[in-house]
Design a protein around this ligand. Sequence first.
Ligand code: PA5
Length: 432
Amino acid sequence: MLRYDYTNMLSPQIKDLSLSKGDFFKLERESINKDKLTFRNLIYSNVEEIKSIGEEIRKKYKNYVIVGIGGSDLGSRTIVNALENKSGVNILFIGSNTDPDELDSFFNNISLEDSVFNIISKSGETIEIIANFLYIESQIEKQMGRDKVEDHIIITTSEPKSTIRDLASEYNIQIIEGISNVGDRFSVLSIIGLLTVDIMGLNIDNMIKGAQEIDEQTNSLDPEYNDALAFSQLQYLYFSKMKKNISVLMPYSKRLERFGFWYRQLWAESLGKKLSLDNKEIYAGITPIASLGSTDQHSQIQLYNEGPNDKVITFIIPDHFDSNIKIKTNLSEVSYLDNVSFEDIIKKERLATSISLMENSRTNGTIFIDRINENSLGELFFFFEMAVSYLGVMFNINTFNQPGVEKGKEYMYALLSKPGFEKEKEKLSKYT
Ligand code: PA5
């Protein structure tokens, strides 16, 4: 089971500018009502329909292409990066960008006949996704004819009325109902992420079980017994008392590199808020940085160790790696490496980095997971979703909206002259 070691976050390990366990506070039960956290319902939902959709896709196609952006994309990318694909269906991604070169190269290298595209957009209005849909549809139509579009595109969406729904009915495309009441960045443990798990031939139930185990721990509102709460309190206390407004997440596992990108969206969109719940301008936020051990020991650690002491650093490392590769050498110059496993090396790299940071009074903690699999990934997703929810309570903000993202979307529609955005277009005319 996931465990959070925060020894190097507290005195006496950290000599200057440090907190002690006495600074922990108990969260009031009224301030966080777990039953109102809509993303939590996902881990107690029936997943049988997801499994049957997954089975059909596995039977029919060689390529499953996810076309989404933000929360409709980042969770699945994390899953594909972390877990071994056992089904043989290639999971591919397009649509998280409007880079024409990426799109062109993608379509030059894919067999459309073997592929199904899942267009995922909760709102059904996101410009990147609509634009990608139109291009994908045109490619299928050009190559196989309009009547084949419905065989190679499915649409996953939630809003009852939207452009993407209109397009679905125009082309007779099957719609998979997404989830309502849960924001995109909290949707990974729903059909949005779990369908990917199933198509990879992996076990959805184990992922859900991992999340449920963390959920059980969060029944306690005492940080001694609730690691997600301890994690968020330390982030909050270092932010509010010592102005540490940067949170670095540094997994020591290449397979968790994409987890850092998922976490970036969760932290940035949930915590970066101008207004408090009582409408005061507070400009809250902790800047998330995705880093990778051991790679970034050779780039960012210099800054973390000797630059401004404004960061909380969190490592993630598995207790067990899947591969047991060892070095064999009889060269005397490197004899200390003989019979040493790479698992041992990467673990010692994490330890050496954490000690060197601690000696410079740089707060760092480590999340240990058993090994990378469906279960531990479920634990990690839910741990961070709960931690950010606690932080939202501490900051007294709405954790679940993203007005700053919406504004940019509106201006984009205006710049493209979408009907209904004339006022915004007029406003923007002075800049263009
Ligand atoms: O968190 C958010 O709401 C956004 O970043 C969305 O994930 C992103 O804009 C995509 O939205 P949609 O799924 O509605 O296309």
